[in-house]
Design a binder for this molecule. Structure first.
Ligand code: PEP
Ligand code: MN
Length: 362
């Protein structure tokens, strides 16, 4: 992908973006913009077309709100970001002088919609952010980013807003951190911005998600902020009041992605060497365990005993997390690890069961 670095022009360090879920009135936007600007934040977000899950919910103020956003921009100098769902929105956003448009999670899932938006963006100078799709599909997310990039837009970012859970969980949307990090390792030049508000879904949890993202080296944060969050017309539970935003901005620990400090780098190198050594041992140990599992597979086959032995599996799942806890490893981690190890043992033993017998020539 042909990407250009646009975010550093907004200043050093992670990019902070704040603003309401939805633009509700000029007064709301102006009140907020002044406070956001006073915190040194340079980009304001506000949705004017809201793709809602259920009909009848507040669907945004539409084109009228674009005029308010243009006024906020003129008045404060803040860069303005809004969501576009179709080519008409792109056209209207361009007319209103919006700086940044984002593609929402419900649009990223549909390549036809993304392609139409990409066509409409051709020849414009917009910065475009692509939110992850609702479902954890890295190719779909990447595909949407590529479609926009092929339309000649190279000022891009990926926004991580989490994935729809299949049962109630701590957060409104599952973060599944490994997926955005994989995207980052595939495209290190593509800025990765977290949207802790839509991940958390609840204002008391926004900080911990934001901190986690910064600790992982994210390039920015987008925080939904409202002058009176409880009265917000959309996403009321997750929006922060300006005072809470201020507190959060001051409390967040920002870590650098690398360091020039030679001492630190030397120490890091030494520790990494030790880890490399341990990883080799871990792999040798795992290989030895798998060879034993294969041997057991052969015995089971000879004795016509099934590959999966529920009692043994139960015993492993009872004892290993406990052993782990004695070694100060979290029981959940050990459970997850043994699920993977056990799956592989079963796979190897099944392979042995399916091998046709080698008949020696008479
Ligand atoms: C939003 O940013 O307000 C929004 C609707 O987000 P998402 O597409 O992540 O649900
Ligand atoms: Mn929202």
């Amino acid at each position: 992908m042909n990407l250009s670095n646009w975010n550093s022009s907004f200043g050093p360090g992670p990019l902070f973006i704040a603003g309401p879920c939805s633009a509700e009135s000029l007064d709301q936007l102006l009140q907020l913009a002044v406070k956001i600007k006073a915190l040194g934040i340079t980009v304001m977000r506000a949705g004017v077309w809201k793709p809602r899950t259920r009909p009848g919910a507040f669907e945004g103020r539409g084109a009228t709100a674009l005029k308010w956003l243009a006024e906020v921009k003129q008045h404060t100098g803040l860069a303005i970001a809004t969501e576009v769902v179709n080519p008409q929105h792109v056209e209207k956003a361009c007319e209103a002088g919006i700086d940044i448009v984002w593609i929402g999670a419900r649009t990223t899932v549909n390549p036809f919609s993304v392609q139409e938006i990409a066509e409409a963006l051709k020849g414009t100078d917009k910065i475009v952010w692509v939110k992850n799709p609702l479902n954890p599909d890295l190719s779909l997310w990447l595909g949407a980013i590529e479609r926009i990039n092929r339309a000649g837009i190279n000022r891009l970012a990926a926004i991580h807003r989490g994935f729809t859970p299949f049962r109630p969980a701590r957060y409104r949307n599952l973060p599944l951190w490994q997926m955005p990090l994989e995207l980052k390792s595939l495209h290190p030049q593509l800025p990765l911005i977290a949207d802790p508000s839509h991940i958390a879904g609840e204002r008391s949890l926004v900080f911990e998600v934001a901190q986690r993202a910064l600790d992982l080296g994210y390039d920015g944060l987008m925080i939904e902020t409202h002058p009176e969050p409880d009265k917000a017309l959309s996403d009321a539970r997750q929006q922060l009041a300006p005072e809470a935003l201020e507190e959060m901005v001051h409390k967040l620990r920002i870590s650098k992605t690398s360091s020039e400090n030679v001492l630190f780098m030397n120490q890091l190198e030494k520790l990494r060497e030790q880890i490399d050594h341990i990883d080799r041992e871990l792999i040798d140990t795992l290989a030895a365990r798998m060879r034993l599992a294969e041997k057991i597979g052969e015995y089971k086959k000879e004795n016509h005993v099934a590959v999966f032995q529920p009692e043994r599996w139960k015993e492993i799942m009872n004892t290993r997390p406990e052993w782990g806890e004695h070694a100060h490893l979290s029981a959940d981690f050990i459970r997850d690890l043994y699920r993977i190890i056990h799956d592989e043992s079963i796979r190897l033993q099944t392979q042995i069961f399916n091998q046709s017998e080698q008949h020696d020539a008479p």
